[in-house]
Design a protein around this ligand. Structure first.
Ligand code: ATP
Ligand code: MG
Length: 405
């Protein structure tokens, strides 16, 4: 069915008091961005709801695009009619018919904000109910838990009919809580950490460390592909590549094996913090999960976190691997993450890193390095690109292949 409008209900937004207006503006902006290729759409963010006037745009596609946008509780495709009961009857029957399969039940729920209208809600429920029963063979009324709930709103500006409520992504509009730098490896955890932070309204930029020629171009591409999956929730994500080869070689040369991992992580943390500062981010996000590996004990966290006072957000810190994997599957990053391309840390990882690194010793060993010089050279070599939804290698190959057919 070609609908006239989509009505979007805000989630938690409505409880945000004074900030509400800026939250709504952000959400409108994100929705516009996700639908930027529909010139005919008109989007209006009201206090309690957002209205999308479709003007002929394909409602199926619009509904699909709304699903991943954070800050939306649910939404309904809507028919908007003139104040003409005959027209309403016909449309009500057509809408129920579209959803009807054998054995399904229905009800009509009318709300009337225009109290001057000659029929009251009961009259309308009965009138339309009778019409549906007459035209949809086999259907029955069920008031408590109907399969199809046709909602009718009688307003001054017209009559509005909707029969479906589609669950939105919840959370807060991305960007409404500021910006953070996501340390994105090629693993399972960090994309999930990125997703969970975006869900709370944070605009995320991905920082990825790579060490060519020890790490392959495929490993870099994998991190970009993961970023493209995260971009599905916002349209695009900035991807920042950090050249890390020199630093890893220097660390390998001068630092005792047991402290390689700790010092490597400290360098990553420092550089991410520098990038954050330059790009006006407020926090660092990573995929650390307590106890998962040697670098993720509380002692390690102390030693690594020693280099900054910037808040480090660890959304998966207390989750079990299975719980993280479940989310990775939901956001479609899992299959990519388990591809076997080694990232920079795995390659230089010693067989037995210290699980309880000592902060003083870490600082002492690290003093053997030209920390500032190494950071500066890495900063000069940053490569920044904007990654959009559907930018993954696999999708590009599919597209190239379809051109050949
Ligand atoms: P992940 O599944 O996210 O790779 P992991 O279990 O493999 O995590 P580690 O390799 O110890 O854990 O990494 C811990 C965190 O450090 C990662 O979640 C990520 O945030 C960050 N990190 C590790 N390697 C890189 C990298 N090459 N570039 C950017 N960040 C990284
Ligand atoms: Mg990893």
């Amino acid at each position: 069915m070609q609908y006239d409008e989509v009505m979007v209900r805000y989630g938690e937004l409505s409880t945000k008091g004074k900030n509400k207006k800026s939250f709504i503006n952000k959400l409108v902006q994100n929705v516009k961005f996700a639908l930027h290729d529909f010139d005919e759409l008109k989007i209006h963010g009201g206090r309690d709801r957002m209205h999308l006037t479709l003007n002929g745009a394909d409602s199926e596609v619009v509904l699909e695009r709304l699903k991943p946008i954070f800050g939306i509780q649910n939404f309904s495709p809507v028919m908007r009619l003139e104040r003409d009961m005959e027209q309403v009857k016909k449309t009500a029957v057509a809408m129920v018919q579209e959803l009807y399969t054998e054995g399904k039940t229905f009800k009509i729920s009318t709300r009337r904000s225009d109290h001057e209208f000659e029929l009251d809600t009961n009259d309308i429920n009965q009138l339309l109910g009778a019409e549906v029963l007459k035209h949809v063979e086999g259907i029955t009324v069920q008031v408590k838990k109907p399969d199809i709930d046709l909602r009718v709103e009688i307003r001054k500006e017209g009559f509005f009919l909707s029969s479906q409520t589609i669950l939105g992504a919840g959370g807060l509009p991305v960007g409404s809580s500021g910006k953070g730098m996501l340390m994105l490896s090629g693993g399972i955890d960090s994309p999930v950490a990125g997703y969970l932070t975006m869900k709370r309204g944070v605009e995320v930029e991905a920082v990825h460390f790579h060490s060519p020629p020890y790490t392959s171009p495929r490993a870099l591409q994998k991190a970009k592909d993961l970023t493209s999956k995260l971009a599905a929730f916002v349209g695009s994500v900035q991807f920042i590549e950090v050249p890390f080869t020199e630093i890893q070689e220097e660390i390998k040369k001068s630092i005792p094996e047991g402290y390689l991992m700790t010092v490597t992580r400290r360098m990553m943390m420092r550089i991410t913090d520098r990038i954050r500062e330059e790009r006006r981010g407020l926090a660092i996000i990573n995929g650390e999960s307590l106890g998962q590996v040697a670098s993720q004990t509380m002692h390690s966290m102390i030693a690594i976190n020693d280099v900054t006072t910037t808040p480090v957000i660890r959304p998966v810190v207390s989750m079990d691997k299975n719980e993280i994997i479940e989310i990775a599957q939901k956001i479609d990053t899992f299959e990519l993450s388990i591809q076997p391309f080694e990232d920079c840390c795995t390659i230089f990882a010693p067989p037995a890193p210290k699980t309880k690194p000592d902060v003083e010793k870490t600082r002492k060993y690290e003093a053997r390095l030209d920390v500032e010089g190494l950071i500066q050279r890495a900063m000069e070599g940053l490569v920044i690109s904007k990654i959009k939804v559907g930018d993954t290698l696999e999708e590009q190959q599919k597209e190239a292949f379809s051109d050949l057919l």
